[in-house]
Design a protein around this ligand. Sequence first.
Ligand code: NDP
Length: 245
Amino acid sequence: MSGVQGKVVAITGASSGIGEATAAHLAERGAHLVLGARREERLKAVVERITAKGGSAVGVVVDVTRRADLKRLTDTAVERFGRLDVLVSNAGTMAISPFDELRQDDWDAMVTTHVTGLLNGIGAALPVFRQQRSGQFVNVASTAAYVVKSPQAVYAATKTAVKVLTEGLRQESGPDLRVTLVSPGCTDTEGVGKGGSPAAAAAIARQRDEIAMPPSAVAAAIGYAIEQPEGIDVSEIVVRPTAQA
Ligand code: NDP
């Protein structure tokens, strides 16, 4: 199977931003979508927008830090659509702050969402992919996985972990599976700086308002990796606004 048409794609963090844009992009191209996030109402609205346009989507309330929730997401794909072709691990939190502010709950949230959350997705999807002898992981990192800019160290560290885990998974995936890392630069979403320290959030939101690219740019990059023929693995995409230093 090549292209997006008919593929069953689960996306975490699909209630807004890049996840929502990716869902819309793939729905227009005929994918069956299983969408996960914590905010039920927002998730429901995304599903309704897709189905109102004739797309195929179902929502599952998921907290990626909980192992059982990821299992429920992948189980739903298999129960509703008979298989799972792609898991897009996109859920994330950009609660950045300087170390001196000791916002340790935010540090924990970034570690558990990006690292534990990704591992929970691998744990849920890998057995399904192995049994099918096909499947694709698309993991969303960040340009912060390539360069650390203060005060983003914890965020950058967890996104570097996403990059490292993705490369290790790729090496172990064998000939049947595909593993893709997508690293966006500054993207115009509500999540930029959300929950971080007020000063850091204001600075990064200012940068977003000046230079950000639309989330549809990241969605198109993810779509490109998914639509390749079987046996072709787009291993890594970095997509950023030209204005981003
Ligand atoms: P948003 O805040 O719009 O999206 C984040 C999504 O993740 C939401 O749907 C949120 O939904 C979900 N989420 C957060 N925590 C959890 C959790 N524990 N369990 C399940 N879902 C969760 O921001 P973006 O779209 O910008 O972010 C998407 C990804 O892109 C993130 O991984 C982010 O780090 C990455 N990224 C973003 C960049 C940008 O400039 N915007 C740049 C580089 C990378 P809910 O709250 O409903 O659970």
